[in-house]
Structures are given as structure tokens and as C-alpha cells.
Design a protein. Structure first.
Lengths: 619, 353
């Protein structure tokens, strides 16, 4: 049996069952293109009357978008009534295909799953061939939201009594996730709020620093963090009520007192036990790394079974269980994030430190985790006194041995101490949740102060006042380059090339012949600056082949579009997007005309030169 | 250990442990059901089989100390495709096999056709949304293809009648272009403008289309005193595809836009179905001067059915029932189960070696 149905056979079945027009979602652009090509091989043309209808619509589209006049796929569309629709195509071509679909001229469009939101046209039938997609180098299962986005294109209001989803297998399919996606409730969405340098500058342009916190409070992010914090508040109340039941003792804080007393006793008996000074990030986390806590270790999730100190050096160590069930010892500093999730673990006195049932439960939980879990924000205390209870001075003199409360303290302490630690942990968590955004904002403020965009009192310096207008990715790199004069007297084509390589964040290879020395030297300098800023902003890829494409398009102002796209292996649609994005970046530089008239003029020139041919068809 | 004893021992294990044994040994084991897993474990190389036997022995030893599981592994679950790993969805989300017989393929494809043209009559939820927008912000979270655009267009019409301007944002330039054409046809080309990073076509028009990033930038400029006059008369902001709020890279732009949207403008968020529209509505209510009204339903205006198509061109109903039920679990059609098991058998089988 073939691993997947042949596209021509697929369409034949769909036609037989009156399931056309259909959108067929495939795994890759190439799969879409090959599907179209296979219609030519098998040569199953549509009736000429239908071809004529397609030609008519296409002619109208060509009148509007001349760039598609000689599009190589026109004959296929006309003869077979099928088309491909993916990001490798020009927007104008995609618009033409969408129009053909809306007019009901096509039987099938083969599209990639990755950009379901961009497929804004309906059909009678949607064909799904995969249950996972490639995202940032990982294979990820489609979410319920995504499957419903795909399936939702099936059934046109007013044109269909009923719509269909046809599931047909490919090597990338499992039926479970698809069935689940079709029937289940979509996932709740989470805020993805991030603080950026332009955000800080723009907020501080309009408001003084003491008005910022209330503004951050308005974010969906804070709204969701507050809901989590509220849930913890309720827990904290419970813990505090439980602690109250112990009533009054001789001393004010008997729990801490008894703890110090027992620690001191222990010290005396084993004097080799050292307390080690952990780095602040580690000690801030330690209180949270208790049995049952879910943590992130570089790329995987794991569950803590126990926390202990290594024998020799006294490093903070963890015993954890990983997905698949292996139990491993890790230094606590290997934990990359603490997850806001604790599972019930019954502890045991010896390896594997918890009961077999708990282990089973842990393994099962790990297997069922969704890929994205909420992290717990953890504030690192700069002053170092991470745990006021533990850093209580251990004096040698304790009233405990003779205290009348002693029997009660001795009896209650283990439970009370646990509660006290829980109280401490909850308080810290709540604090971190409530102040996380503000904290992140402050970190960005500090960087901007260090670079001279903000005054010590958090007002915009003259530099900050123009820098706030650069509201794109890699804004710090761009403003720093401007400040150090890297763009002074630069050629329009070179400026566009540099910006293109800053804007482009795809590392798929694209061969391009046309490397020239000026470009390579300039990019070398930019790369140096980008790396010097790496601690504050992720450096862009800065590919010279990408820069060369933009550079050439501007430099050779009579170069036809087709010649440009044939000089690289990059898809037409990708080049278009690259140049469109470069235009956006250039327009931001043009926005600096009040303070940097020379640079703004060069940017304007570059934009004017760029906006020709295909690039001026659409706004 | 002979193959037979190994086989019986494997058969006694829960599927989860079989997957555990198959990890790193059987390619794509996660797609296999119990029988297939056992088979592939038994056809491993002698070396690997010895490993499996050893791992199995230690597993069995461990489990000897365990209390017996309360509920025995169910012998067979005909409703689950044999190749669906059990972790895909918790068992409680699946239905038990209902009493009615499974639907036939013929019945699945009954009723296909084009309805005769009907005079346009807005749905109740569409009218509700338009009415509510007079006084409230509105989130419209309804299935794809239901007619959100109608609400947007009517709301725009009313705003223009009241001499207010409208900003319409979409996440993708491609969608902006489509909407430009669509709205120009409805309102007249002079009534619609578009703003992109470097181009302003008809920027004085009462309806302006732009990406959400551009609107965010306008709002920042307005906040810092460089007032863009249009914002004073801005009556309505429409955020299409606002489920982008959850986009990893760009979601923050939607948040900024909503936070800084002028108080006098109404917000209309159009969204595909998301899990927590009520939470988004509660958030917007908590930061804006009027409350945000949520319109949310999951009823598709055109019902959807699902079919399974085998590479051999055979068709079968995907689910046991004709219509796709929501939130009640699912039962795959027995024929689909059979065809898919067969497909897996044939496509995975030879590749293993
Ligand atoms: N009340 C109605 N009666 C009949 N048809 C309608 C009604 N409302 C909208 N439609 C039609 O439904 C179709 C889909 O509408 P629309 O494009 O607005 O969907 P949508 O909700 O925006 O979907 P998407 O999630 O894909 O953006 C359009 O062709 C429209 O004319
Ligand atoms: Mg829409």
C-alpha cells in the first residue's frame, strides 16, 4: 500500500462523491507543488468550458496584478482546475487563487498546514493528511485550536448544506489527535506578554516611572498572573489558619526558635556538616524544589523526588524522575525553570525516595504533560538573605531545654515546620507572580540607562527620544548602529542589505552568487556589534546571502523580478516577504528624519528604489 | 527465555509498559497498539530481545512488590483505533460504544448539495453583537465561516453614520489586502484606506485597514503627545483573528493595542473559537471603561461531517455517528479503525528493519 493516496486519485474520489471544491492540507510546500505537478503527469484535464471560466477570472486578476501575467502555473490551473497555495508564492498569485476559489472555479487547492490563518477561503471539503507539524525544528502535534482552524474551512455558508473533513493517512498521521481535535474543546489561550526596549521607551515617553506599574497591571499577562496569585492566596490563608491552631508558646516565634535549636544540636554532633553558599539564582529556587515539583531541564520536563546536599562539597542536589521513568541525580543549578505544578508524591526513606505508586503516578503524569507548561516566576533576592528563617543566628544559648513549652514544641515542630516552609514558599510565589512584569520592566530600564537612552530618573535622553521610534525586532542593535555612525554615508542598497539581514530570521539555506566586498565588510562590523549586545538582545542571523538579495534589487534598478528570483534558490514568496519586511525596517529609519535627516533620506531612496515591479502592486 | 513465554509475559503487561520497553528499540512505537507492539518486540534482533527480556524481568519483579492494580486492563477496546497510543487523550473523554449501529458510508454522504438562495437574514447572535457594540466592547468567538464579517461591516456602517472613523486590523498583510478589496466594494473605494509600514493609501478615509502592529504604533504616538487627529474621532476598533493574542512572538502587540485603545472607541474582537473567551472578556472588562460583552457559541452554521479515505480510495465514515459531537468524546467508526490498522500494518511493517 502506498504511504499516502495519490493526489489525482484523491481528487477523483472527491469528485465522485461531490466533495469538491476541497482544500487539501499537506505537510510541506514541496508536497503541494508535487501534487500539482502530478496532475500533468497523469493528464486528466477538466472540460474546456470550465477552463474558459478559469481563464476569464485569471484575466481579470492579471489586469489588476500584472506580475502574474506569465506565471508558470497558469496552464496547470487552467487545464486541471487545481492549484497550490503556500508561502512560497507571491501574494498576488495567492490572491488570484483565492479569487478562483471564491468563484467556485477550482476543484482543489493544495495548501500547507502551517499558515492556516492565511487560508481565508472556504470550501465544501477539507482534507487533513497529518496530525503533527514541524515547528522550530520540533515535531509538534496539532493543537485542538489548529485542527479546528483547518476543519473550520469546510462547509460554505449559503453554498453548502453540509461540509466535510476527509482524513486520509500519510506517514505523519495518527488518528487520535485528529479525532480529539475535531470533537474536543479548544485549548485556553495564555498571555505571551514580553517587555521590549521600544515598549519601555514609549511608555516612559508618555508616563513617569511611578505610573508604569499600574499600566503593566492592565495587561492580560498580569490578569492571568493575578488569578494564579489569588489561588495561592487562598492556599496561604489555609496554611496560616492551620498554623494558628498551635496557639501561644513561651517565645514569640517558637517554630523558628525550635528549628534553630535542633540545627544547633545537629551541628554540635556532626560538625562536618557545612552549609554552603549557593549562587543567588539557586538559593532562590531551592525552596520550590520539593518532592513532587515539576521542573524543566533544558528541553524536557522532570519531577523532583528529593532535595539533598552532595556529601563532599555540599552542593544543592536533586533526585529527579524523567520522562520514561529513569531516576537521575542532578545538581540543582541544572534546573532551567520551575514549573507551576506540583504532583502528589508520597516520600520514602530510601531510594527511589518515594513509593512505587508515586513513581507510577509521576511517570504517567510526565507522559501526559502538554508541551507547554506555566513557569513559576522566581525572584532572585539581591541582598542574599533568601530565607529569614534559616539565617536566624544560631546562638549557643537556647532557652528550649528548660522551657515549659518544650514537650509541645518537640511534638508539634515537624508538622509546624513543614507548614511554615509552605507559608514561606507561598508568600514568595505570590510576591513573584504579582511583581514579575514590573521586575522585567525594571531590568529593561537598567539596560537602557546603561546605554544612555534613559536618565537615572527614568526620563528619555535625547537619544532615547528618537530611539523609541524604532519599534521592530533587534531595535537595540539598530539604534546602537545608528549612534556609532555605522550608517553614515552608506549607500541605499547597502543599507537595505544590512536591514534585510537583520530582519530575516529564517536559517533555511538559500544559495546566492553575488557576494561583494563592501557588503561582507559592513556585515562583519554589524556582527561584532550584535555580539557585543548579545547579553541584552538576541543577535540576528545576519546572513550575507540574504543581504545580497536586497542589495542587488536596489543596486540594479532595472533588474527584472524574474532575474532576481532566479539568482537564488529561495522561493519567490520568501523573497517578496523579505523585501517587504526590509521596507518596513527602512520606513522606521525614515521616521527618524527630524533627528537623522541624512539617514532618513538614504532610507527614503532605498524604499523608492525597492518599490517597483511586484513590490509596488500591493500596499 | 523462549519466544512463547516472552510473548505471554508481554501480553500480560499494560500498553504503557510495552511502550516503555519499545522505546529506542522499535521505531515509531508510539503509533502502535498493543498487538503490534508485542509483535514488533518479538521480531527484534536476538541481542535486543535479550535486553527486552531483562528489562521485562526487572519490571515484573518490581510489580511483584506492587499492590495489584485496582482495575484490570480492559481486554479489548473496539472503540479505540488499535494504533492510537493511550496517552493521546484521557480515556474518560471517549464514549462507550453506544447502542445504535454505526452509520453507513452511504448515509454519511447524503444531503450534499447547494441550498437555494435565501433572502439574507442576520442570525440572532449577529444582531446581538451589533446592538451591544453601541454601548459595550464585544468579543465574538464563534466558529470559522459563521459570518463575523457581517457584524464587522454593520458596525462599521453605523460608526460612519455617526461620523466616527473605524480602524480594522488583521494579523497578516495578505488578509489586509483581501479586506481592502472587500470593503472597497461595499463602501466605495474612497471610503477605505490602508496603512502599512511604508505606504499610506487614502489615509483620510473613514475606514482604515492596517496590521495590528501599525495600530499599536499609532497608539504609542498618540500617547506621547504626537496626536494623530483621527484617534479623536475613532469610534470603533475591529481586531480580526484576535486569537493571535496567544501568538508567541506577536501576542504582546494585541495586548498593547487593547490596553492603549482610546476610551471612547468601542472594541470588537473577532476570534476563532478559543478555550477561554470568558477570561479574555473578563480581562478587557477589568481595564476598560465599559464592560466587554462576550458572544460565544460553537454551533456551526453549516454542519460538518468527517470521513476517512484509505490510500486504496476506499471511503468510510470517520466517526461512528454522522455528525461531529462536541465535548462528549468520540468513537471512531469500526471500518475506519480497520482500514487504518491495515494501513499501519502495511506501511510500518517493512520499514521496521
Ligand atoms: N446571517 C447569515 N445568513 C446567511 N449567510 C451568512 C450570514 N452571515 C454571514 N453569511 C455568509 O457566511 C459566509 C462566511 O462569513 P465570514 O467570512 O464573515 O465568516 P467568518 O466568521 O469571518 O469566518 P472566518 O473565521 O473564516 O474569518 C459569507 O459568505 C457570508 O456572506
Ligand atoms: Mg473572517
Amino acid at each position: 500500500m502506498p504511504p499516502a493516496i495519490h493526489p489525482v486519485d484523491l481528487l477523483q474520489v472527491l469528485r465522485q462523491q461531490r466533495l469538491t471544491p476541497a482544500i487539501v492540507f499537506l505537510t510541506s510546500r514541496r508536497a503541494c507543488d508535487e501534487a500539482i505537478a502530478s496532475f500533468e503527469h497523469r493528464h486528466v484535464p477538466i472540460p474546456t468550458t470550465r477552463s474558459a471560466a478559469i481563464t476569464q477570472v485569471l484575466d481579470k486578476m492579471i489586469a489588476e496584478y500584472p506580475s502574474i501575467t506569465n506565471h508558470p502555473l497558469i496552464p496547470t490551473v487552467q487545464d486541471y482546475g487545481v492549484a497550490a497555495h503556500h508561502a512560497g508564492h507571491l501574494p498576488s498569485w495567492k490572491i488570484a487563487i483565492e479569487e478562483l476559489m471564491r468563484q467556485g472555479c477550482l476543484d482543489a487547492v493544495f495548501a500547507t498546514t502551517t499558515l492556516a490563518a492565511g487560508v481565508d477561503f472556504p470550501a465544501r471539503t477539507v482534507v487533513i493528511t497529518q496530525s503533527s507539524v514541524r515547528k522550530d525544528r520540533d515535531i509538534m502535534e496539532l493543537t485542538v485550536n489548529e485542527i479546528q482552524q483547518l476543519a473550520g474551512r469546510g462547509g460554505r455558508r449559503g453554498k453548502d448544506y453540509v461540509g466535510f473533513v476527509v482524513v486520509t493517512p500519510s506517514p505523519y498521521i495518527d488518528l487520535g489527535p485528529i479525532a480529539n481535535g475535531l470533537t474536543n474543546h479548544p485549548e485556553p489561550i495564555d498571555s505571551q506578554f514580553v517587555v521590549s526596549y521600544p515598549m519601555v521607551l514609549n511608555l516612559l515617553k508618555a508616563h513617569t516611572i511611578d505610573h508604569i506599574q499600574p499600566i503593566l497591571q492592565k495587561s492580560f499577562s498580569q490578569f492571568q498572573l493575578n488569578q494564579r496569585a489569588d489561588a495561592y492566596e487562598t492556599k496561604l490563608d489555609e496554611v496560616e489558619t492551620q498554623l494558628e491552631t498551635y496557639g501561644q508558646r513561651e517565645c514569640a516565634d517558637w517554630i523558628a526558635q525550635w528549628q534553630s535549636f535542633t540545627l544547633a544540636k545537629k551541628r554540635r554532633s556532626h560538625h562536618r556538616l557545612k552549609t554552603r553558599h549557593d549562587p543567588p539564582e539557586v538559593s532562590a529556587q531551592l525552596a520550590f524544589l520539593t518532592p513532587g515539583r515539576v521542573v524543566e531541564l533544558s528541553r524536557e520536563h522532570a519531577i523532583v523526588l528529593r532535595q539533598y546536599r552532595s556529601r563532599g562539597q555540599g552542593y544543592a542536589m536533586l533526585t529527579i524522575i524523567r520522562n520514561g521513568g529513569s531516576i537521575v541525580e542532578y545538581p540543582a543549578n541544572a534546573v532551567t525553570a520551575v514549573i507551576d505544578e506540583i504532583i502528589d508524591i508520597a516520600e520514602a526513606k530510601k531510594f527511589p525516595w518515594s513509593t512505587p505508586q508515586s513513581l507510577e503516578h509521576a511517570i504517567e503524569t510526565l507522559e501526559n504533560f502538554p508541551t507547554r507548561l506555566r513557569r513559576l516566576p522566581i525572584r532572585v533576592d539581591q541582598d542574599g538573605t533568601e530565607n529569614p528563617i534559616l539565617t536566624e543566628t544560631l546562638s549557643d544559648e537556647f532557652p528550649c531545654p528548660t522551657c515549659p513549652s518544650r514537650p509541645a514544641c518537640q511534638k508539634d515542630h515537624p508538622q509546624a515546620w513543614k507548614l511554615r516552609q509552605e507559608e514561606h514558599r507561598l508568600t514568595k510565589t505570590i510576591h513573584a507572580l504579582r511583581t514579575e512584569l514590573w521586575h522585567r520592566f525594571q531590568q529593561h530600564v537598567e539596560v537602557l540607562q546603561q546605554f544612555g537612552y534613559l536618565t537615572p530618573t527614568c526620563q528619555l535622553t535625547p537619544e532615547g527620544d528618537w530611539a523609541r521610534l524604532i519599534r521592530i525586532n533587534h531595535s537595540l542593535l539598530i539604534t546602537e548602529l545608528i549612534r556609532m555612525g555605522a550608517f553614515d554615508g552608506i549607500k541605499a542598497s547597502l543599507l537595505a542589505g544590512v536591514l534585510a539581514s537583520i530582519a530575516h530570521d529564517d536559517d533555511r539555506p538559500a544559495s546566492f552568487h553575488g557576494r561583494h566586498p563592501a557588503l561582507v565588510t559592513t556585515l562583519g562590523q554589524v556582527r561584532k556589534v550584535a555580539h557585543s549586545l548579545a547579553a541584552y538582545e538576541e543577535p540576528p542571523l545576519l546572513r550575507w546571502d540574504i543581504a545580497a538579495i536586497a542589495d542587488r534589487w536596489i543596486d540594479e534598478s532595472t533588474l527584472p523580478w524574474n532575474d532576481l528570483i532566479h539568482s537564488t534558490s529561495m522561493a519567490e514568496g520568501d523573497i517578496y516577504r523579505l523585501l517587504a519586511r526590509t521596507l518596513e525596517y527602512l520606513s522606521q529609519l525614515h521616521g527618524l528624519r527630524a533627528t537623522h535627516p541624512g539617514l532618513a533620506d538614504v532610507a527614503r531612496d532605498a524604499m523608492d528604489l525597492m518599490r517597483r515591479d511586484v513590490l509596488q502592486e500591493l500596499p | 527465555m523462549t519466544n512463547d513465554t516472552l510473548a505471554t509475559q508481554l501480553a500480560g503487561l499494560p500498553v504503557r509498559l510495552l511502550h516503555h520497553l519499545a522505546k529506542k528499540r522499535v521505531p515509531r512505537h508510539f503509533r502502535m497498539g498493543k498487538n503490534r507492539l508485542i509483535q514488533s518486540l518479538l521480531t527484534l534482533s536476538p541481542d535486543q530481545q535479550a535486553e527486552v527480556a531483562a528489562a521485562l524481568a526487572s519490571l515484573l519483579q518490581e510489580s511483584a512488590h506492587l499492590p495489584k492494580p485496582e482495575k484490570p486492563e480492559k481486554p479489548a477496546k473496539p472503540q479505540r483505533p488499535p494504533d492510537t497510543p493511550s496517552r493521546q487523550s484521557p480515556p474518560h473523554q471517549r464514549q462507550t460504544v453506544p447502542a445504535e449501529p454505526a452509520i453507513s458510508t452511504k448515509a454519511l454522504f447524503e444531503g450534499i448539495g447547494v441550498p437555494s438562495p435565501q433572502p439574507f437574514k442576520p442570525d440572532d447572535w449577529q444582531e446581538e453583537a451589533i446592538d451591544r457594540l453601541v454601548t459595550n466592547d464585544v468579543i465574538l468567538s464563534v466558529p470559522t465561516g459563521s459570518g463575523k464579517t457581517y457584524v464587522a461591516v454593520e458596525a462599521m456602517r453605523r460608526a460612519i453614520e455617526a461620523e466616527r472613523t473605524v480602524i480594522y486590523t488583521s494579523p497578516l498583510k495578505a488578509l489586509s489586502n483581501t479586506k481592502l478589496t472587500e470593503f472597497s466594494q461595499m463602501f466605495g473605494a474612497d471610503q477605505v484606506g490602508i496603512l502599512t509600514g511604508d505606504r499610506r493609501d487614502n489615509p483620510q478615509a473613514p475606514i482604515l485597514i492596517m496590521t495590528t502592529e501599525i495600530l499599536r504604533n499609532l497608539l504609542y504616538d498618540a500617547a506621547s503627545g504626537e496626536i494623530d487627529l483621527r484617534l479623536d474621532t475613532l469610534g470603533l476598533i475591529i481586531l480580526d483573528e484576535s486569537q493571535f493574542l496567544a501568538d508567541r512572538e506577536r501576542g504582546v502587540v494585541w495586548e498593547e493595542t487593547i490596553i492603549f485603545a482610546p476610551a471612547q472607541s468601542r472594541l470588537l474582537l473577532l476570534s476563532a473559537s478559543i478555550g477561554n473567551p470568558d477570561e479574555v472578556a473578563a480581562w478587557i472588562s477589568s481595564i476598560r471603561s465599559t464592560s466587554c460583552h462576550l458572544i460565544h457559541h460553537r454551533n456551526r452554521s453549516v454542519p460538518l461531517r468527517a470521513a476517512y479515505l484509505d490510500p486504496s480510495s476506499r471511503l468510510a465514515p470517520f466517526f461512528r455517528t454522522r455528525d461531529i459531537a462536541h465535548g462528549k468524546g468520540f468513537v471512531l467508526h469500526p471500518e475506519t479503525n480497520r482500514l487504518f490498522a491495515n494501513y499501519e500494518e502495511q506501511t510500518l511493517g517493512p520499514r521496521r528493519r
